[in-house]
Design a protein around this ligand. Structure first.
Ligand SMILES: [Zn+2]
Length: 112
């Protein structure tokens, strides 16, 4: 399951950061999810809860921030917000280069 491996990675990083700062508990996590990450929010929340079990982040509040995909076109140089992977909305050629937003990133965490 795609979301679970993403969450296991994220929780690993989160708990490392928390431990390094001497925190007892992680109370909140903000995740940036790219529009093209192929992540379903309900699956992400469910997986995140599972990944947090028996870690410092157990029971923390998950905040999901949706990030639109920025892209530009090799062919016509248009700067666009991509809704699909491969087609430019201006010239309709499959020449879009996605600059960001195809993954999941930890924006910030809140600890006690
Ligand atoms: Zn184009």
């Amino acid at each position: 399951m795609h979301e679970l491996s993403l969450c296991l990675n994220a929780v690993e990083i989160i708990t490392q950061q928390a431990r390094r700062s001497g925190a007892q508990r992680v109370t909140g996590v903000w995740l940036e999810v790219g529009a093209l990450a192929c992540v379903e929010e309900s699956a992400l929340r469910f997986s995140f809860d599972m990944a947090c079990r028996e870690t410092l982040a157990q029971g923390c509040q998950l905040h999901i921030i949706h990030i639109p995909a920025q892209a530009w076109c090799w062919n016509c140089s248009a700067q666009v917000v991509a809704t699909r992977y491969d087609e430019c909305p201006q010239c309709h050629l499959p020449t879009l280069h996605i600059e960001r937003s195809d993954g999941v990133q930890i924006k910030s965490i809140e600890v006690e």
